[in-house]
Design a protein around this ligand. Structure first.
Ligand code: SF4
Length: 320
């Protein structure tokens, strides 16, 4: 923070970053897409805020020449897969994802080869290489709907998130072969502390993202994607919620449901492990610099892009 203030005083960063970013947006014909888990400042400057599915749709529809993706690497890659001719910028190239990283392409290729009769459905939280090895991509918003459309006799591999896979199995009654990946953030929530919170806030409704473990999901009265959670807390008659997903979403919850109270579900240890460390690598300053310098840019081979595009298109067709 001190370094940023110093940089502004020394003139390496503009004093009004918001105004400077707006100017660059016009100059570049750029659109800023931001995930709900980003810092409030980034959410406030974004042209579009959403979860993975909404952002993929927005990326597919934009007329901008430049997409500035305020999210993590696999999300910006998704935008590039859908927009090969556009410049796609990610403010910090190190903004990865523990879930995507839990599915290394070489190991997944061997896993897939061992089950040649299986259809591969991959959660969008995976690298372009994994997408390229998949038959259909899904998000937490449409995973159940997509699996329900697959003929019952067709065996399925579901990757990379075992928690979402388990949740989809419960919802659809389908048996699936699960890749054992997970998200460090969604596995950090403490069942014990959520139960304690429910005791001290008896009126509060617990709501959770399906990337959470079953032990946490069982205490939730509503389970859904980030967009679905946002929608639910506006419609629910409850005034207080315990929110078991990345707490960045609470900024939008407070904006869209003013007067309601949102309690972030706590991690087991007294740390900030419920905040995604990868999402937090993107800052307003880095976003400005990425636009000013037109870098870091997302690139990939055309072979991978075309192979990854097919299952993405299938998802968009199957989730209308
Ligand atoms: S919250 Fe988890 S799944 Fe989402 S970007 Fe962070 S590490 Fe990946």
């Amino acid at each position: 923070m001190f370094t940023t203030k110093l940089a502004r005083l020394q003139g390496t960063l503009p004093l009004d970053l918001f105004a400077a970013i707006e100017d660059l947006k016009t100059e570049l014909n750029a659109v800023i897409l931001a995930h709900y888990y980003q810092d409030p400042d980034i959410q406030d400057i974004a042209d579009f805020i959403g979860d993975s599915l909404q952002l993929a749709r927005a990326a597919a529809q934009t007329n901008a020449d430049v997409i500035v993706f305020a999210g993590v690497h696999f999300m910006a890659e998704t935008a590039k897969i859908l927009n090969p001719d556009k410049l796609v910028l990610l403010p910090d190239l190190n903004a990865g994802c523990s879930l995507a990283d839990s599915c290394p392409p070489d190991q997944f290729a061997a896993f897939k080869a061992a089950h040649p009769d299986h259809l591969v459905i991959s959660y969008i939280n995976c690298s372009a290489e994994i997408k390229a090895m998949s038959d259909i991509i899904c998000t937490s918003s449409n995973a159940v709907k997509i699996v329900q459309q697959i003929p019952k006799e067709q065996p399925i591999i579901f990757a990379p998130d075992r928690n979402l896979g388990r949740y989809v199995m419960q919802q659809t009654g389908r048996d699936m072969l699960l890749w054992q990946g997970s998200c460090v953030v969604h596995e950090t929530f403490s069942e014990r502390k959520i139960v304690e919170l429910k005791t001290t806030h008896p009126e509060a409704e617990a709501i959770a993202h399906p990337e959470c473990e079953t032990s946490v999901l069982r205490h939730a009265s509503y389970i859904g994607s980030t967009a679905a959670l946002l929608n639910y807390c506006q419609k629910s008659p409850s005034h207080e919620f315990i929110v078991a997903t990345e707490p960045g979403i609470i900024h939008q919850m407070q904006k869209l449901a003013p007067g309601k109270h949102f309690i972030p579900a706590p991690p087991e240890n007294n740390c900030n492990c419920n905040e995604c460390p990868f999402m937090r690598l993107n800052t307003l300053e880095k976003l400005y610099l990425a636009m000013k310098n037109r870098t870091p840019e997302i690139t990939m081979s055309e072979d991978i892009r075309l192979a990854a595009l097919k299952p993405m298109q299938r998802m968009l067709e199957m989730s209308v």
